[in-house]
Design a protein around this ligand. Structure first.
Ligand code: IPD
Ligand code: CA
Ligand code: CA
Length: 266
């Protein structure tokens, strides 16, 4: 892919994500409808849908041959990663958006023939913009991020981990997760997967483990984290797929390897 095209995509994604952030902020001052999806904790608002529609309109107008894979399913159905696919979460952290009016992000990953080229995560209320471009580094608000510390050990680590996986649950051996929680320096749960990736990139977190993520939660984050030397796989160590749900473990190489030994699927 030519650098000119990558640069153009980068400029457009940046312009549109900032604009979408403004739209979301404006919408927050007016009442909006909140619906549930899978269960009472899985929310979607008309602001999520409007934000996704905004990207679809922009992308289809400028790049009619590109595909959009968005959480709210407002684009066409995407069954292959051939060509250019924009993988978008219009609001990642909707529960935070509704209940806290902050700690949510917009996430955009641009994949070309299955390869992650450009990723943006925008923490709207903090006005922090994270960007990653394949082989060109990761940035926070325009400043290049340092590589994550390859020497950092698990004992020194802050881990993004939801307590769902530490109490009895259907997916993981909770005893091992309790042991992990005792052995690390601290655990945190931020409620926005894309922000947890962004936090690994900027050193706020050292790792992130979760059992249920969709492509739009991780498409941008994986590109950004990879640019600072982080590794992301499923919890069995296999490669993440961008057309399916995934379990996720993300960290520096050494911590990643060690984490795999704690994550025992039931
Ligand atoms: C959710 C958030 C949350 C993660 C969930 C996601 P949404 O995304 O990223 O942190 O634990 O698995 O579904 O629904 O707020 O876009
Ligand atoms: Ca999400
Ligand atoms: Ca979402």
């Amino acid at each position: 892919m030519s650098q000119e095209i990558i640069q153009q995509l980068r400029n457009d994604a940046k312009e549109w994500i900032l604009e979408a952030g403004e739209l979301i902020k404006e919408s927050m001052n007016q009442p909006f409808a909140v619906d549930t999806k899978k269960d009472r904790k899985d929310l979607v608002t008309e602001v999520d849908r409007r934000s996704e529609q905004f990207f679809i309109d922009k992308i289809s107008e400028k790049y009619p041959d590109h595909k959009v894979l968005g959480e709210e399913g407002m684009g066409e159905e995407v069954t292959s990663l051939d060509g250019t696919v924009w993988i978008i979460d219009p609001i990642d952290g909707t529960l935070n958006f509704v209940h806290q009016q902050r700690f949510f992000a917009i996430s955009i990953g641009i994949y070309i023939d299955g390869v992650g080229e450009v990723g943006f995560i925008y923490d709207v209320m903090a006005d922090d913009l994270y960007e990653g471009v394949r082989h060109q580094g990761a940035y926070k608000n325009g400043t290049q991020l340092d590589p994550i510390d390859p020497q950092k050990t698990l004992e020194e680590s802050m881990i993004g981990l939801n307590n769902t996986w530490v109490i009895p649950n259907r997916r993981l051996d909770e005893k091992k997760m309790q042991e992990l929680s005792r052995n690390v320096k601290g655990t945190r749960s931020y409620g926005s997967a894309s922000l947890e990736f962004a936090y690994i990139a900027d050193g706020t977190l050292d790792a992130y483990i979760t059992m249920r993520l969709s492509p739009w939660d991780i498409a941008a984050g994986m590109i950004i984290v990879s640019e600072v030397g982080g590794v992301t796989t499923r919890v069995d160590g296999s490669e993440i797929g961008m057309l399916s749900g995934n379990t996720v473990v993300c960290a520096n190489q050494a911590i990643h390897q060690e984490l795999l030994t704690y994550i025992i699927e039931k």
